[in-house]
Design a protein around this ligand. Structure first.
Ligand code: PEP
Length: 245
């Protein structure tokens, strides 16, 4: 599973260019779920262009709001479903840090969407927490939002150390593997149906380091920011994941 998080980037021209570059490089394979989370405003343009180019890429949103009505600037579950989005990212560190999203907000969002959309829940420790060896403790706290839930197999976690996002720094593949195993164990023991979720790694993944992460047993794919903005680079990473590079 490889998912692009375009954040607050993109334009209609960028999308056209992205698709032609993606097609130049992508080797068709049925191996993986490929997703893109564009800005809300570009969802329709992206979906029309994916369809016109017969690309089997799904799309979703980077966040979702709790309800509809008098909530200026918000996007509701009904709107997301109306645009045929398949998934929502929730709990991204930029939402937590810039927009003050709390575990409580994330839990309410899970109540709302977990049965309706594929969910990619982002968790990750800060640089300071990492240096102080608090990674597991912090992840466990962030994972409290899934306690006692009955989650479907389309529930996915993205492990994104905050200090690795957009910095060019990453944990070692082995460290990532250990943390992913830990996350799977915590989710399995916290959910009523004991699901073992897919765990994606996110944080400075690019075409040069992707293979080293995908070699690891507990890495089920990647959530990619910066390197996903170029169709060639993103396609290369998908090809690496699919073993067709
Ligand atoms: C992200 O913000 O989800 C992310 C993984 O960003 P980048 O790949 O740019 O580190």
């Amino acid at each position: 599973m490889i998912v692009a998080n375009w954040k607050c980037n993109g334009s209609k021209i960028m999308i056209q260019d992205w698709i032609s570059k993606f097609k130049e490089t992508y080797v068709t394979s049925n191996n993986s779920y490929i997703g893109i989370a564009p800005s809300y405003i570009h969802i329709e343009h992206l979906s029309n262009n994916l369809k016109a180019n017969s690309l089997d890429i799904t799309y979703g949103v980077q966040n979702i709001d709790l309800s509809s009505g008098a909530r200026t600037s918000a996007i509701s579950l009904e709107m997301v479903q109306d645009m045929s989005c398949n998934f929502s990212i929730i709990g991204h560190s930029e939402m937590r840090i810039i927009f003050g999203e709390t575990n409580e907000n994330i839990s309410e969002k899970l109540d709302l969407i977990a049965k309706s959309l594929d969910v990619i829940l982002c968790i990750g420790e800060s640089a300071e927490e990492n240096i102080n060896n608090q990674t597991r403790e912090i992840l466990k706290q962030q994972l409290e939002v899934i306690n006692g839930r009955d989650l479907s197999q389309s529930f996915t976690i993205a492990y994104e150390p905050v200090w690795a996002i957009g910095t060019g720094k990453t944990p070692t593949p082995n460290q990532i593997n250990d943390i992913h195993k830990f996350i799977k164990d915590v989710v399995q023991s916290s959910t009523v149906n004991n699901i073992v979720p897919k765990v994606l790694y996110g944080g400075s993944v690019n075409e040069n380091n992707a293979q080293s992460f995908f070699n690891e047993d507990y890495v089920d794919g990647a959530l990619i920011g910066g390197a996903s903005l170029n169709g060639n680079s993103f396609a290369k990473i998908v090809n690496i994941f699919n073993g067709v590079n």
